[in-house]
Design a protein around this ligand. Structure first.
Ligand SMILES: *Cc1c(COP(=O)(O)O)cnc(C)c1O
Length: 389
């Protein structure tokens, strides 16, 4: 029952990392057990049983998840962390040195910007933010001390895309490390390692976990040197995912593909509904022909994802009234769960971004972001309709 690279996505999502154990005394579980033990006994002083010594270093449940995640992203190696930011911290700590320079997408997740600007600034990491949807700006920002390029595709909340293959040509030519945060599209729709990325990071809190009940992060790579350093730091820093959270994430992944298909179908219907509504000024969704990078989205990924943003006509007060009148959409931050969430970035997720920066990047006061869930889309549209009217 060992899965291979030739197996389809759903087959790998269900079986990879969870082959039943038929050794003497084992019970052949089809679901990997939650190994809660923090330490593992051995019979012989110099022989750790099955390679296991202590859970921070290696745990069977977490290992099953790391194997499954690697299989999904077509990576050789996977590592699971206690949050997306813990995964990112470990990447930044293991691969960079004081004084190194990073080129990053200006529309990066706010927590990632905070980490680079306010935590790693202490270690004298330097950073240039550029609009990486224009690849030439990435190349122009490279300095002699640049080590790494960090992008997201799709970005948030403006849903800008980055032409990964083209950025990868630049990073390869300049011997830089290309990191892609693949949280928004998930490996169902996009596999950055196949198109030139060196490292993929995830907040598995979002689509991978998928049920808004488990925080987690992951790092995937096929580069043995990077993996060795990352794994060393995973153990040395210790921000690992717990066995129970590893189990919840494994469970979530089994339905990742069917969930994403439904998220996207619902998102496209809602995006189309909102685009035709007179009280909506503009809808941003890569699946709409009106999105400036719609062609790139079709070429680069196999789906457009489940998040869309739109601008409602009027002032912030109208936006607030609209949000508070909704019944089915929870007014909440985060994304990627089965339930629909709605939020207003200027007041919620992006409140910490300076107003001038928000205005410059296009995060207006009436911009609203929806993480479309997998409920019945007719019910979602009816709820939006009553609230908007
Ligand atoms: C949520 C998120 C993160 C941070 O992950 P946590 O699990 O919340 O630490 C990083 N990148 C993106 C794109 C995210 O959406």
């Amino acid at each position: 029952m060992k899965t291979t690279k030739n197996d389809g996505f759903a087959t790998r999502a269900i079986h990879a990392g969870e082959e039943p154990d038929f050794r003497d005394g084992a019970t052949g579980d089809v679901v990997v057990p939650i190994h809660l033990s923090t330490t593992f006994a051995r019979k012989k002083v110099s022989e750790p049983t099955g390679g296991y010594e202590y859970t921070r270093s290696l745990n069977p449940t977490r290992k099953a998840l790391e194997t499954k995640l690697a299989a999904l992203e077509h990576a050789q190696y996977g590592l699971a962390f206690s949050s997306g930011l813990a995964a990112e911290t470990t990447v930044l700590l293991s691969l960079l040195n004081p004084g190194d320079h990073i080129v990053a997408f200006d529309d990066l997740y706010g927590g990632t910007k905070r980490l680079i600007n306010h935590v790693f600034s202490k270690y004298e990491y330097k950073v240039s933010y550029v609009d990486a949807s224009d690849v030439s700006l990435v190349e122009k920002a490279i300095q002699p001390n640049t080590k790494l390029v960090w992008i997201e595709s799709t970005s948030n909340p403006l849903l800008k895309l980055c032409y990964i293959q083209s950025v990868a040509e630049i990073t390869r030519r300049n011997s830089l490390i290309l990191v892609v945060d693949n949280t928004f599209l998930s490996p169902v729709f996009q596999k950055p390692l196949n198109i030139g990325a060196d490292i993929v990071v995830h907040s598995s809190t979002k689509y991978i976990g998928g049920h808004s009940d488990v925080l987690g992060g992951a790092v995937l790579t096929s580069n043995a040197t990077y993996y060795e350093r990352l794994q060393y730091h995973q153990n040395a820093v210790g921000a690992v995912l717990s066995p129970f959270d590893s189990y919840l994430t494994l469970r979530g992944i089994k339905t990742l593909e069917v969930r994403l298909e439904r998220h996207e179908k619902n998102a496209l219907r809602i995006a189309t509904y909102l685009s035709n509504h007179p009280k909506v000024k503009k809808v941003i969704y890569p699946g709409l022909a009106s999105h400036p990078q719609h062609e790139l989205a079709k070429r680069q990924s196999t789906g457009f994802g489940g998040v869309l943003s739109f601008e409602i006509a009027g002032e912030i007060r109208e936006a607030e009234i609209f949000l508070e009148k909704l019944h089915l959409f929870a007014l909440a931050e985060s994304l990627g769960g089965v339930e629909s969430l709605i939020e207003i970035p200027s007041v919620m997720t992006h409140a910490s971004v300076a107003p001038e920066v928000r205005a410059e990047t296009g995060i207006t006061d009436t911009l609203i972001r929806i993480s479309v869930g997998i409920e019945d889309v007719e019910d979602l549209i009816a709820d939006l309709k009553q609230a908007i009217e």
